[in-house]
Structures are given as C-alpha cells and as structure tokens.
Design a protein around this ligand. Structure first.
Ligand code: NDP
Ligand code: MG
Length: 389
C-alpha cells in the first residue's frame, strides 16, 4: 500500500479540458496515489474555481489575465496561490512543488510550458501531441539530456508504449496506428463540401475537445499522430503505417523483426491511457467498463481514403521531409480549424489552406527552437491573410 510520502503530485496543464477533467476523475478515484498540485485554464474561470475548491491545489494559473481578479477573489479564503498570463504558465511549470506534468493544453500553446517542465527534469505525461509535431527533435533531445521521461497519453501512442514494455533490445519493424476514420468515414468530397461544424464535432467513438474532434474528422489527427510517433519512438517515416479500424478497440500495434504483432486493446476511454501514464510503471485497478468479446463480434480494418482526406497526404509529406514542415503544417492547421469552427471557411477549404501555406513558408532542414517559433508565426500570418481572419 502506498503511504503519504509516495503520493505523486500532478500538475494538470489544461485541467478544464476534455483530458484535464478526465485526469481529475482518475486523481479523485486514487487519493492515496495522486494529488492535484497545479491546475491551469485559459478562459474557463468558473470551472477552474470549482476544480480548485474541490481539489485544493497548491497553485492555479488562469491564462486570460482579465480573469485574474475573479479567480483570486473566489479563492481568497483558501490557501490556493493564483497566477495569470502566458508567462506564469511557464514559470509555474518550472516550480519544485510537483512531480509529474500532465501536458493537456491544446495546440502550440502547450509547447513552452512543456519545455520548461522538461528542463526542470519533471516526468511528462504527454497529451499535447502538437508539442512533438512542432519541435519533436528538440523536445526529445532535451528530454534525454534532462532525463525527463515522456509517457504518451494519446491512446495510439500509449498502446505502442505498452506493447514496447519489456522489448528494449528488440528491433521494431513497424508500428501500425489505428484510426477510427472519424464521423465522415466512407464519405466523398461532394458530401464533405457542405458539412458544418456541428456535424464535424460529432465523433462516433470518443468525446474530445473541439480542435482534436475536427482533426479527427479531417484525418489530420492521424497525420499529427504519425509525426508524434516518429519522435516518441525514434522511427523512420517508412516504419509508420495507418489503418482504419472503425470500432477503436485495438488502439495501435507494433510489429517486430520476427513478424510478430502485439496489439493493445480495450474500450475507447481516454481515462485508461491517462491513468496508465500517471501510474506508470505500475498498473492500478479501476472500475471502468471492460470490453466483452461475447458482445461485440466484428473488428474491421481498411485502408484510409487519402483521395478524399488529403490532410493525411499533406501530413505524410511533412513527416517524410521533416525540418520545419511539420511545424508549419501544425500552425496552419490550427488557423484552419479555428476558421472552420467559426464558420469562416468550409470543410475542404482547410486542406487547400494547409497546402498553400506549406508551399509558401521557406523550408529549413534543421531549425533551432527560435526558428520553429518563427516558422509557426510565419505560417499563421500567411494563412490568416489568405482567409482574411
Ligand atoms: P480541450 O480543448 O478540451 O482543452 C484544452 C485545455 O487547454 C483547456 O484546459 C483550455 O483552457 C486550455 N487552453 C486552451 N488554449 C490555451 C492557451 N492558449 N493557453 C493555455 N491553455 C490553453 O482539449 P483536449 O483536452 O481535447 O485536448 C488537449 C490535448 O490533448 C490536445 O493536444 C489534444 O490533441 C490531445 N489529445 C486529446 C484527446 C482527447 O480525447 N480529448 C485524445 C488524445 C490527445 P479553457 O478550458 O479555459 O479554454
Ligand atoms: Mg489519438
């Protein structure tokens, strides 16, 4: 049994999001193992306050500085320290008061706090895939130098990670990332041209934040995940394959040199990979529903339709060319998704915008961190200009 001294102190960066709130459920169910030490939100002051009153963290950060006073006042009678603004996020990430960062901010915004945590030698449970898409080589190098373990939370990467436990000496032939296919599986461009945000936000198997839901509908999510896998597991682009598996029961697979394939399976529930990352290297019991082979009887697999979902082709191109191209892809994709969610551009326009921007921003083979930031900015400005954001 764990005692007081072995409680892992968790910093939840993005505690008000889909991943953040599910992580708090895991923490709540395991008070003898985890404590919520730091909570952060961007805009959602109400939920941040509610979470703070319930979990009594050491520190909270509200990104939007206009909301500082409201949060500060609401927590005045507690011992919770309140900070605000982007800079504070980074500062707090460097503090001593926690052991493990759950990196669950969405998008490029998650990069700097995560880098700070790595430099502070923290363990990272990484949900924020954009961190590795933007600057995967630098982030992984920093993690090695600082001996900061990076444990994936993304279900596919958690699956691969779990398949690799005990296989350190064995060569991986390839990894097979499974994709649900999203809400528009089987649809063609003549249908997609008219789809609206409400429709695109309805994922068949997972309930997630808005950005990743759109990425799943366009298959960009799988593209980002290919790039994430390359850096996490030090793979060559040719070693990463995508297969559509609509039931989302097999979360991904690893094929070894002898042709043997390991798969990790379970019901689609993000609490499972979240719990695994928080508790690693232990597995801990829970009451989540179990997959029942007697009830569901079909697992299907098919090739992704890259003629229709061209984002996957663009992401594969970025994966192969490397350099600053994944960073540019990510930046313009964030702009495209934002514009689509605001009903400013259509579903298929997103792909066109991404392609144009990837062609526009000058290629850099081995960017510095500063150059990654510049490429990100350049891509955003160019894309926002085209669609007059
Ligand atoms: P959500 O949109 O639900 O939550 C995002 C969190 O980040 C919120 O706490 C939000 O605060 C905060 N945030 C948003 N913008 C900023 C910013 N500019 N600066 C600081 N904080 C910010 O996202 P998800 O939980 O769905 O996803 C989080 C990450 O995990 C993403 O990178 C996603 O790709 C990845 N992921 C998610 C999965 C899922 O099932 N949801 C599965 C696998 C990976 P506020 O609430 O105040 O806006
Ligand atoms: Mg995933």
């Amino acid at each position: 049994m764990n005692n007081e001294t072995t409680i892992k102190r968790i910093a939840l960066f993005g505690s008000t999001g889909s991943i953040g709130t599910q992580a708090l459920e895991v923490i709540e169910a395991n008070p003898d193992r985890f404590s919520a030490e730091i909570l952060t939100a961007q805009n959602n002051d109400e939920l941040l306050i509610q979470q703070s009153l319930k979990f009594n963290p050491n520190i909270v950060v509200i990104g939007d500085e206009k909301k500082y006073l409201k949060v500060k006042e609401a927590l005045a009678s507690t011992g919770v320290k309140v900070f605000a603004g982007e800079k504070s996020l980074e500062e707090v990430a460097g503090m001593d008061c926690y052991d493990l960062m759950l990196a669950a901010i969405v998008g490029f915004a998650g990069l700097k706090p995560t880098i700070k945590a790595i430099r502070s030698k923290k363990t990272i449970a990484l949900a924020n895939k954009e961190t590795l898409v933007v600057a995967g080589d630098i982030v992984m190098q920093l993690a090695v130098e600082n001996r900061a373990p990076i444990i994936p939370v993304d279900s596919e990467h958690s699956a691969i990670f779990q398949c690799l436990v005990g296989e350190t000496r064995n060569r991986v032939e390839k990894v097979i990332l499974t994709a649900s296919g999203g809400p528009f599986l089987g649809r063609k461009p003549n249908y997609l041209v008219n789809v609206k945000r409400e429709h695109a936000l309805q994922h068949p198997n997972w309930s997630m934040g808005a950005k990743i839901s759109i990425d799943s509908a366009t298959l960009m999510n799988k593209g980002l995940e290919m790039i994430e896998a390359k850096y996490l597991f030090n793979l060559k682009p040719e070693q990463i394959q995508v297969v559509v598996h609509p039931q989302s029961i097999i979360h991904s697979m690893v094929q070894f040199e002898d042709g043997s394939i390991k798969a990790q399976m379970g019901l689609p529930d993000m609490k499972l990979p979240i719990q695994y990352a928080l508790a690693f290297p232990q597995r801990i019991p829970n009451k989540f529903p179990r997959y029942d082979f007697k009830k569901v009887n079909m697992l299907n697999f098919e090739e992704p339709d890259t003629k229709t979902f061209r984002n996957l082709v663009l992401a594969t191109d970025a994966l192969h060319k490397g350099g600053n191209l994944p960073c540019v892809l990510n930046a313009v994709n964030e702009i495209a998704v934002y514009a689509f969610l605001k009903n400013r551009i259509g579903f298929l326009d997103m792909t066109e915008l991404i392609e144009k921007t990837m062609q526009h921003v000058p290629f850099i083979q081995k960017p510095t961190l500063e150059e990654y930031f510049e490429s990100d900015g350049e891509a955003r400005t160019f894309a926002a200009d085209i669609i007059k954001l």
